[in-house]
Design a binder for this molecule. Sequence first.
Ligand code: TRH
Length: 383
Amino acid sequence: MQNHHAPFFPAQQWDIFCRVIDNFGDMGVCWRLACALAARGQQVRLWTDDASALAWMAPQGCTGVQVRAWGSAFLPDERPSDVWVEAFGCEIAPDFIATSVSQSSARGQKPSWINLEYLSAERYVERCHALPSPVQQGPAAGWTKWFFYPGFTPATGGLLRESDLLQRQADFDVAAWRSAQPRAADATSTTPPNARWVSLFCYEPVALPALLAQCAQATTATRLLVTPGRATAATQAIGHEKSNQIANQPLSGNTNLLSISYLPAVTQAEFDEMLWACDVNFVRGEDSLVRALWAGKPLVWQIYPQTDNAHHAKLQAFLDWLQAPVSLRQFHAVWNGLIDAPLPELSAATLQEWSDCIGAARARLLTQSDLLSQLMGFCSRER
Ligand code: TRH
């Protein structure tokens, strides 16, 4: 069913191709894109070599989205593709291309072929967004792929932002969400009302022990919500005993100022709610960074590390776009291991400064067109 947000686009058949490298971001982005397309009345097949994360990310599935095994054949009488989205340079299976080429010559219409790239705030993104890339070899030789770069400025492909996101955020009840959380395993009493709620979704930041120590020693209590997988393993590796020792140090006359909850894996919608409910969000990779920007709270990003340290320039470009204050830059440099220095203190004044910065960045983004509107517009012009 076509919804009222995009009456201009006829229902089309989209094929999204996703190969999972590691972690959850490849599937996370592709699944959000697929569901957002379906919400605008489009039909989607999502071809993937590893759908396992969907068991917790989206156990409810999504009407209008079919998940298909990578390399599997079309079903009899299936609708041919109108748009291919090759996510993160994953290279569509040659058999799929060959079948589609013969279908499209019979039909007299080629699909639009989109190469959806990784998110970056670096300058090349504006230069390369929407450039053609002629296909030289294989059954689709002579066709054209189009680079589509997500990004943070109007000259890029934008960011995924569902049309009902702002309404859902406005309707969200932070107090109810917090009171529904089970008590932290190490808590001796309920979380004080003035506690700072902090979410932790990260890899293995070297500064994690420093963060735990800082939270334990602060004058404000911290309720730390640790996501499953690498963040939990990294936190637990620091050791319950050690973190309890840290937490029980009677600094400033306080004890037990840090309580830690280890969360189960939740759906993407519930993950977003956690970000809306917290005062500070530690996020990582690609998709959760975007979701933390929409949450509009102080955030700290652990960028996906690359072997050649290419992520350093990518991180700086993001902080430049963000117009990050010095304390936020310094915290990111330490958190991402770019420099070996003490972790700046998360004082109330510092967090206020970060909050102003992220709020302003979010406001800038909200004046720009979202990724899906741009992608659909691009494909309808290109066809
Ligand atoms: O998991 P990631 O580190 O993914 C990374 C990055 O995308 C990186 O850029 C890419 O190169 C690499 O994968 C291969 O972080 P990201 O991108 O934030 O993806 C996490 C997804 O998992 C996101 O969609 C949110 C979702 N999620 C849930 O839905 N529920 C949960 O409980 C948790 C912890 C995450």
